[in-house]
Write a protein that binds this ligand. Structure first.
Ligand code: GAF
Length: 397
């Protein structure tokens, strides 16, 4: 395919070899294997995943690589090529949720979640390298968790399926790291496939691979990393989640997913005593509806028609869910003014990245316009790149 000229669509073998070499340099022996898990961008379906709703992410070719070997003494030795500070060492049976291990809480949490589920997982030597930027809303945490989980699955012959890997890694993040995230990012990392977006029903975890070939239509998706670093642990994410759950309780339904689009007005009327949660409900219900509309347009072979739905999704996240920021709004507004077919923030919000659906020919002009607008506003220069749907987690060497 033509887009291969723009960048690799699978983990480059030299990447795995370099990570294996780095492992050797740290631990003095070769790893048993190298496993890879991607970051993601979410096309549509934001904050719906903890409301039993629908999401439509795709895997980036940006990947986290985990080189690993088992240990018989039950020790975890954890090292990252991207974080200074050397090897973090902790005995597997000393792992307790909430323990402050810094970045190492992510891989340690995966070991903890597996052992807590009764899986026969012991010690590990682990070295991680990542090209997924941290805090960019592109799911670097899930990439790290899933790469680690796949390595443990391989080292200890667990035979876990993709859904089990996603559930265990989400549990690691919820219960060990302490971030109340949904299951979108972990499932994107385990289950996305090249050339597709992944429709995930977060209620029953059923998935459908939706062909997502913009190249064949002369289109591309730009990712605009604002470089405003978000931190999901900072409370605002948990507040939105709690607000959604409060609304569902008040309405007497299991989750906001259970409100049909045509019942929205009714539901909002029933929530007059809870004015602060009404906009949250409006976002979730309209967002689930937008996911269905995006799917219909992709299925109909009309990817250009997806644009306005992305833009409507941004307005909803900005005005109703209130999780955008000046840089994300500037990226979206500038891309649209320069000719993008649609644009929105992607991921958890409060910083991170926006996506813009653009004609191939317009990409340079739109990129330049965004860079100029950020410079004029005195913001740090964003990183703009073309995202192509890459593979999900796999063994790389
Ligand atoms: C973050 C979370 F980790 C996801 O579970 C999801 O809620 C997302 O924000 C918003 O859609 O990435």
């Amino acid at each position: 395919p033509a887009h291969e000229a723009d960048g690799p669509t699978v983990t480059p073998p030299h990447g795995a070899a370099r990570t294996a070499a780095a492992f050797h340099a740290v631990y003095g022996a070769a790893p048993t294997g190298v496993w890879a898990a991607p970051g993601r961008a979410n096309l549509i379906g934001e904050h719906t995943d903890y409301n039993d709703g629908f999401v439509l992410p795709f895997a980036l070719t940006d990947t986290t690589l985990a080189a690993a070997a088992p240990r018989t003494d039950g020790a975890l030795r954890l090292h990252s090529g991207d974080v200074p500070g050397g090897v973090v060492e902790v005995p597997a049976d000393a792992l307790t949720p909430g323990r402050d291990l810094g970045w190492a809480a992510y891989p340690a949490g995966v070991v903890w979640a597996m052992r807590d589920a009764g899986l026969p997982v012991g010690g590990i030597d682990l070295h991680l390298d990542s090209t997924v930027p941290t805090g960019a809303g592109l799911s670097s945490s899930a990439a790290l968790e899933v790469a680690t989980a796949l390595a443990l699955d391989g080292l200890y012959g667990l035979g876990l399926d993709r859904q089990e890997l996603a559930r265990l890694t989400q549990r690691a993040e919820n219960a060990f790291v302490g971030v109340p995230c949904g299951i979108m990012d972990q499932t994107a990392a385990t289950s996305c496939t090249t050339g597709h977006a992944l429709l995930l029903d977060t209620r029953d975890l059923t998935t459908r691979q939706v062909p997502f070939d913009l190249t064949g239509h002369g289109l591309r998706l730009l990712v605009i990393d604002t470089r405003v670093r978000h931190a999901l642990a900072d409370g605002a994410y948990a507040e939105r989640r709690a607000g959604c759950e409060r609304a569902a309780r008040h309405l007497g339904i299991p989750a906001l997913r259970d409100i049909e689009y045509l019942q929205l007005t009714d539901a909002l009327r029933q929530l007059t005593e809870l004015p602060d949660v009404r906009p949250l409900v409006r976002h979730i219900v309209t967002e689930n509806h937008r996911v269905q509309q995006v799917i219909a347009r992709l299925d109909a072979g009309e990817p250009r028609a997806v644009g306005p739905l992305l833009t409507a999704g941004h307005a909803s996240l900005r005005d109703d869910f209130a999780i955008s920021c000046a840089e994300l709004d500037l990226a979206v507004d500038t891309a649209l003014a320069a000719g993008a077919l649609g644009a929105r923030m992607t991921g958890g919000g409060f910083g991170g990245s926006a996506i813009a659906l653009v004609e191939d020919a317009a990409a340079p002009e739109i990129t330049a316009a965004v860079l100029a607008a950020f410079a004029a506003a005195g913001h740090t220069a964003p990183r703009v790149f073309t995202a192509r749907p890459g593979p999900g987690a796999h063994r790389a060497a």
